[in-house]
Design a protein around this ligand. Structure first.
Ligand code: VG1
Ligand code: CO
Length: 545
């Protein structure tokens, strides 16, 4: 019987989880003790009776393999009774969430830096999800962080290198490690939420077609099983569905910039009815139609509008939620459906309590994330299935659905300007400058639109009463248009300032413009009133999505 090693260590600075866990350059994680310190801090933060069963899986990026072996050593040493691991250490983020729920686990560890690039010199990340499958709420991430600051030892069980092949089962100390199929539980869940026969027969009849881009990330195997094997999508319509450690050298970020090939194909004459892509860990999605781009905020609003096409939601939505910077398109649909619409800070963890309490059944973020109450993470493949269901049921094209939606509810022209690579203090200074000059901003106008209010968003969770302050600055105009400023919490080196732009258009003759172009001038106004050039030196945004 192997003895557990107690390893002396000292605290690392900066192990503070951000919007979605701890993200750093991979060489930071590769330092001796760095990952193990963090994992032991997670374990320390969990009450003793919540360490019985944990799920572990990751998006397969560079260092995923080594990281899983290290994590298993710490979890076995801490006598976690049962540990479920995805085959080859792979599980998409929504699949981890589902597996935690299905297996009645106390939580799980997700290895991912999501849409950030992977490979040597690139990014890595780790986060903890609780027993409901939700990213740890702030009180827990704060507790984990406190532990990282004082840690002086961790426990390690000297495991041999374990082969993580499906079905393998290992017994060490007081722990059992079970290696499970990464895809099958998730695929089974999807079949309970959607009418696969209906979608499949629309495809067989030639009324519905899909092209999906896996971006060389974790969704590949899920797409092959669900889209190809179960729904009959031809293999040739699944692009980049072989998962690679470096995502083929790209940014696994499903937007028009990084999924350019798919985007261009969908804008061409021979496009399929639906085009979609998902990110590094499978929780984000981009939705395209033949000649149409669906902004994530519109996607969320349209799923709400057409929720009756989705078997999961046939009993009604109860309530919906969006992150604060996400456009208000959802609010207008919610009002029409007579549903409450909650506004939360950025980051999926803030939806957890609302979903757990059954207050909402559909949530979304402007950053290409949507999901329902079937898991506690955003879910890329699920969103594609929602759209396939809507197209199959209505028989309408994506463009037609968009136009009808805008005509009925007005259109939120929405886009985001990111200023990347800023010095942290300067990015912070832009934010504090806005608050300081709040009063002088209120006198100014954008064209004929006067600024009505400038405030700092703070959120009180309606379930547990916890308060999250300083969640972004909102500049609101008289007609409901907005500019929102906030700093990214997922970067791994320099700071990124995000500027979210929304203009609401109700004029039926003015609904078909390009959203990025439509917001260019408002973006310049946002740039000028925040004195971004003066404070940071950035003359214009680095990315517009
Ligand atoms: C970004 C997005 C946010 C999303 C988060 C995690 O955070 O804006 O909406 O929840 O990424 O997404 P930030 O702090 O950089 O703006 V992913 O796909 O990590 O899981
Ligand atoms: Co992601």
């Amino acid at each position: 019987m192997n003895a557990v090693d107690q390893i002396s260590t000292s605290a690392f600075d900066g192990q503070k989880p951000g919007t979605s866990g701890l993200r750093k350059k991979v060489d930071v994680f590769q330092q001796p003790h760095y990952l193990m310190n963090f994992v032991q801090s997670i374990v320390n933060a969990l009450p003793l009776d919540q360490r019985s069963r944990l799920v572990v899986g990751g998006d397969g990026r560079y260092f995923n393999r080594e990281a899983i072996q290290q994590i298993l050593q710490v979890l076995v040493a801490n006598e976690v009774k049962e540990i479920l691991v995805g085959a080859d250490g792979l599980l998409s983020t929504p699949a981890v969430s589902h597996l935690i729920r299905k297996s009645g686990s106390d939580g799980g560890i997700v290895l991912s830096a999501s849409h950030n690039p992977g490979g040597p010199g690139k990014d890595f990340g780790i986060k903890f999800n609780n027993a409901s499958g939700s990213p740890a709420p702030e009180f827990l991430t704060d507790l984990i962080f406190e532990n990282t600051k004082t840690i002086d030892h961790y426990l390690r069980f000297p495991l041999p290198e374990l082969q993580l092949t499906e079905g393998a089962e290992y017994q060490f100390g007081n722990s059992t490690i079970k290696v499970v199929n990464s895809v099958s539980d998730y695929a089974e869940l999807m079949q309970t939420l959607f009418d696969f026969d209906r979608i499949r027969s629309s495809m067989e009849d030639g009324k519905l077609s899909l092209c999906f881009d896996g971006m060389h990330a974790v969704t590949g195997p899920y797409a092959k099983c669900i889209f190809s094997e179960l729904l009959g999508v031809p293999a040739g319509n699944l692009l980049n569905c072989v998962a690679k450690e470096d995502f083929g050298g790209g940014h696994p970020d499903p937007n028009r910039v990084h999924a350019k090939t798919l985007y261009e194909y969908m804008m061409s004459d021979h496009a399929t009815d639906l085009g979609a892509a998902s990110d590094g860990d499978g929780d984000r999605n981009m939705i395209l139609g033949n000649g149409a781009f669906v902004s994530p905020s519109d996607s969320l609003a349209l799923i709400a509008e057409h929720h009756q096409c989705i078997p999961q939601f046939r009993d009604g939505l109860v309530g919906v939620a969006r992150s604060m910077p996400t456009s208000t398109a959802l609010d207008r649909v919610a009002e029409h459906l007579n549903l409450p619409c909650y506004e939360t800070p950025t980051g999926w963890k803030f939806f957890g309590n609302l979903l757990d309490q059954g207050l909402v059944r559909l949530c979304g973020e402007e950053s290409f994330g949507t999901s329902g109450d079937h898991v506690r993470e955003k879910d890329g493949v699920w969103t594609v299935l929602c759209w396939l269901s809507i197209l199959a049921e209505t028989g309408k094209s994506v463009q037609q659905l968009l136009t009808e939606h805008w005509t009925r509810f007005g259109r939120s022209y929405y886009c985001r300007h990111d200023y990347e690579g800023l010095e942290a203090e300067k990015a912070q200074a832009v934010m504090s400058g806005l608050v300081e000059h709040r009063d002088s901003l209120i006198g100014q106008s954008y064209g004929s639109k006067p600024i009505r209010e400038v405030d700092v968003f703070s959120y009180e969770d309606p379930v547990d009463g916890s308060v999250s302050e300083n969640q972004g600055v909102r500049v609101k105009f008289d007609d409901g248009s907005r500019i929102v400023y906030r700093l990214s919490g997922t970067g791994t080196d320099s700071a990124t300032l995000r500027v979210y732009l929304e203009q609401i258009e109700r004029n039926a003759d003015s609904l078909q413009h390009d959203a990025i172009e439509f917001n260019e001038e408002l973006g310049q106004f946002a740039h000028s009133i925040a004195n971004i050039a003066g404070v940071t030196g950035a003359a214009e945004p680095s990315v517009r999505t």
